[in-house]
Design a protein around this ligand. Structure first.
Ligand code: PEP
Ligand code: MN
Length: 266
């Protein structure tokens, strides 16, 4: 069997750089923002507050993979324009989801990093095309993917020429239905010990419950995560998508201050 590029035996740990941010460094990278880009007004208000908290990157989906075709599908290119505009104004890089190979060029024109969502982790045509491009990729774990399937998905991107891959644990489906997903932090410990790629955690989708997000953020850092991606909003209860798991800016502020303390002992 071929030696996998994601294995530590294939080389040093990989660092992924986006402007002055380095995933896989001493810094714990915090990405935050709403589930979906809703409109310019909300987005800029959120981004300004996040900038003040020292958040490193802004998130916001414009192409939303919704379970029901009748739910809000995202603002599409209009949303990307808003995201880019807001990122430029607050001078922070942005990340958004890519769902279709045909959109890679267009979406990369607006975003510093492309997120492959859980539902697309097995989309091998998308992974190959992202491999051919050199754009940084945030590869979320498929909701039913084993660690090995997730690593092979990353291997697709690396083997097609793009080493700029950050893994994101976002929880898996198990028999437990109390929480939206089961946040598998074992994966973070394993990935950090045995593999080369930076790993961040998404406790928003991992729990589906805003009240659990702060503790699971800290647990993720304790497990060795290189950063976090957290859904936040200035008016979380009115977020257009994923309101139940979206935290307030003040809750995020507390999380960041605790993460900063916790990282000192690692
Ligand atoms: C999201 O980040 O809003 C999202 C849809 O995530 P996931 O693909 O992990 O469900
Ligand atoms: Mn979401």
């Amino acid at each position: 069997m071929k030696q996998l590029l994601v294995d530590k035996s294939s080389g040093d740990s990989i660092k992924v750089k986006i402007s002055n941010i380095v995933f896989g460094s001493e810094d714990k990278i915090i990405i935050s923002g709403p589930c979906s880009v809703e409109d310019y007004e909300n987005m800029i208000k959120i981004a300004r507050k996040l900038k003040r908290l020292g958040v490193h990157m802004i998130r916001g989906g414009a192409f939303k993979p919704r379970t029901s075709p009748y739910d809000f599908q995202g603002l599409q290119e209009e949303g990307l324009k808003i995201l880019k505009q807001v990122g430029c104004e607050v001078q922070l890089p942005v990340v958004t989801e890519i769902m279709d190979t045909r959109d890679i060029e267009m979406v990369s024109g607006y975003s510093d990093m492309l997120q492959v969502g859980s539902r697309n982790m097995y989309n091998y045509s998308l992974l190959k095309e992202l491999g051919r491009s050199k754009v940084p990729v945030l590869l979320k774990r498929g909701m039913s993917a084993t660690l090995s399937e997730w690593l092979y998905a990353a291997e697709y991107i690396l083997s097609f020429g793009n080493p700029n891959v950050v893994l994101c644990e976002r929880g898996i489906r198990t028999f437990e239905t109390y929480t939206r997903n089961t946040l598998d932090l074992n994966s973070v410990a394993v990935l950090k010990q045995k593999y080369r790629l930076p790993v961040i955690v998404d406790p928003s989708h991992g729990t589906g419950m805003k009240e659990l997000v702060p503790n699971m953020c800290l647990a993720s850092i304790a497990a060795g995560a290189d950063g976090l991606i957290i859904e936040s909003h200035i008016n979380p209860d009115n977020a257009v998508s994923d309101a139940r798991q979206t935290i307030s800016i003040s809750s995020l502020e507390k999380i960041i201050s605790k993460v900063n303390k916790l990282k000192e002992i690692y």
